[in-house]
Design a protein around this ligand. Structure first.
Ligand SMILES: Cc1cc2nc3c(=O)[nH]c(=O)nc-3n(C[C@H](O)[C@H](O)[C@H](O)COP(=O)(O)O)c2cc1C
Length: 419
């Protein structure tokens, strides 16, 4: 019998014992998975589906060359994991416990200011998808839906992010903390890495500035996007909804936006972080940490977690790739707090790379936003499923049974930052 004939033998009807619970070949991919096999496919469709100012808001970054954003991607790509084979066939357990709650996979939705501008109603779409998929959704305080509404839609998965509102000794921030607690928010996130407004050239080219002055350029931009316009007529624009109460209930949106611009600014100081620690009884996380000594400082103040992040390259073009400083932050924090990672994640393998370098879990910004822009309300759920499939596959590829085992892999990390 030739080798060819041997391979042509019919497969046994029942799978071998070890593979019983784990189909070796998964379900055939869904239509969406066939059309958008990668985040970059979603990005491509997003570019066509929403007005240019909305796409560039998501896709752009700081600096003339946007090199910080590119550095994140290149640094993740450069990380090599050496897989282990010959283990039994197993089902990778993707669940992860974060701050006392169990989530379905080590990925969540990062805070983003204006999902509702990218796709009107976007905040609610994120919340629904997060609750259905059981992953965290971090509502940005600048977003277009109030925290109370989001916590109602995603009671198990809502995290809430704050920017600094210095006036009256942080009175607005502290009131938002009170509201978040009353609404049942799980985790409070303080973003530290926006000490100054930054220049994002694409936003300037599109005149995406506050106060926004719509003109002929806006009309020309939105008219070719009927799906986006329909979503707009259904949901309207409600930027900075969380601040409406402080700006004045009856003020038009435009005035609320102006109010927020006038009243926000600067980075939270360590003294201020300590004040939030006193007021917020739940898990407290600081986001935007790149230096291990900053992580150390935060841990000393009693935070429960840090997000190693360079804001997706949107703030400081010359910042190191967030993944390149991850190991030193992990070493500095030890087991005193939870280390989360974001900036540059575009695939399940990127998530596993971050886990391998010691992150407990990850957040993704643009991947979810491209999904929202490309597919509207069903986009965020599609991206969650995309990550689930890819993370499970990557874990099995490297031989990791659970989300902590990637840390035992042999890794090559050429860009690792020695601090
Ligand atoms: C469109 C957009 C808006 C963002 N707005 C905020 C924000 O309001 N607050 C914040 O802490 N981070 C914000 N970020 C940063 C994200 O939380 C996250 O750090 C970043 O997107 C991670 O990089 P990635 O996009 O490569 O995943 C924003 C990011 C994007 C893409």
């Amino acid at each position: 019998m030739s080798d060819n004939e041997k391979t042509a033998e019919p497969a046994p009807e029942t799978a071998p014992e070890t593979a019983k619970e784990v189909p070796l070949f998964k379900e055939p991919p869904s239509d969406l998975a066939l059309r958008y096999p990668t985040v970059m496919d979603l990005r491509k469709r997003a570019r066509r589906r929403v007005p240019r100012f909305a796409f560039d808001y998501v896709d752009g970054a700081a600096g003339a060359g946007e090199t910080g954003m590119a550095r994140n991607a290149a640094a993740l790509d450069a990380i090599e994991l050496v897989p282990r084979y010959g283990l039994e066939n197993f089902k990778a357990d993707m669940e992860v416990e974060l701050f006392g709650r169990t989530f379905a996979a080590p990925v969540g939705i990062a805070p983003m200011g204006l999902p509702g501008m990218v796709w009107p109603g976007g905040e609610e779409a994120f919340a629904r998808a997060a609750q259905a998929a059981r992953i965290p959704f971090t509502l940005g305080s600048s977003a277009g839906a109030p925290v109370e509404r989001i916590a109602e839609l995603a009671p198990d998965c809502t995290w809430f992010q704050l920017y600094r509102m210095p006036r009256n000794d942080l009175a607005i921030n502290f009131d938002l903390v009170r509201r978040a607690e009353a609404a049942g928010v799980h985790v409070l996130v303080l973003t530290l890495d926006v000490p100054a407004r930054t220049k994002r050239p694409r936003e300037l080219r599109n005149k995406l500035i506050i106060p926004y002055r719509p003109g002929l350029h806006t009309v020309m931009d939105v008219l070719p996007h009927p799906g986006w316009l329909m979503a707009l007529s259904k949901h309207g624009q409600n930027a900075f909804a969380n601040y409406q109460a402080y700006a004045g209930e009856n003020l038009p949106n435009r005035e609320v936006v102006k109010f927020v611009r006038q009243n926000s600014g600067g980075t939270f100081t360590w003294d201020e972080v300590a004040q939030f620690r006193e007021r917020w009884p739940g898990p407290l996380v600081v986001k935007g940490i790149l230096h291990p000594q900053d992580a150390e400082r935060a841990v000393e103040l009693g935070v429960d977690g840090v997000v190693v992040s360079n804001h997706g390259g949107r703030q400081l073009e010359s910042a190191p790739a967030s993944v390149d400083v991850l190991p030193s932050v992990v070493a500095a924090v030890g087991d005193r707090a939870t280390v989360l990672f974001d900036s540059g994640i575009r695939s399940g393998e990127d998530v596993v790379r971050a886990l391998a370098l010691g992150a407990k879990s990850t957040l993704s910004g643009r991947a979810f936003m491209y999904g929202l822009a490309a597919l509207g309300d069903r986009g965020p759920g599609h991206v969650a499923k995309f990550f689930f499939d890819e993370i499970a596959e990557a874990m099995r590829q490297v031989g990791a049974h659970n989300t902590s085992e990637p840390q035992d892999l042999v890794i090559r990390h050429p860009g690792a930052f020695e601090l």
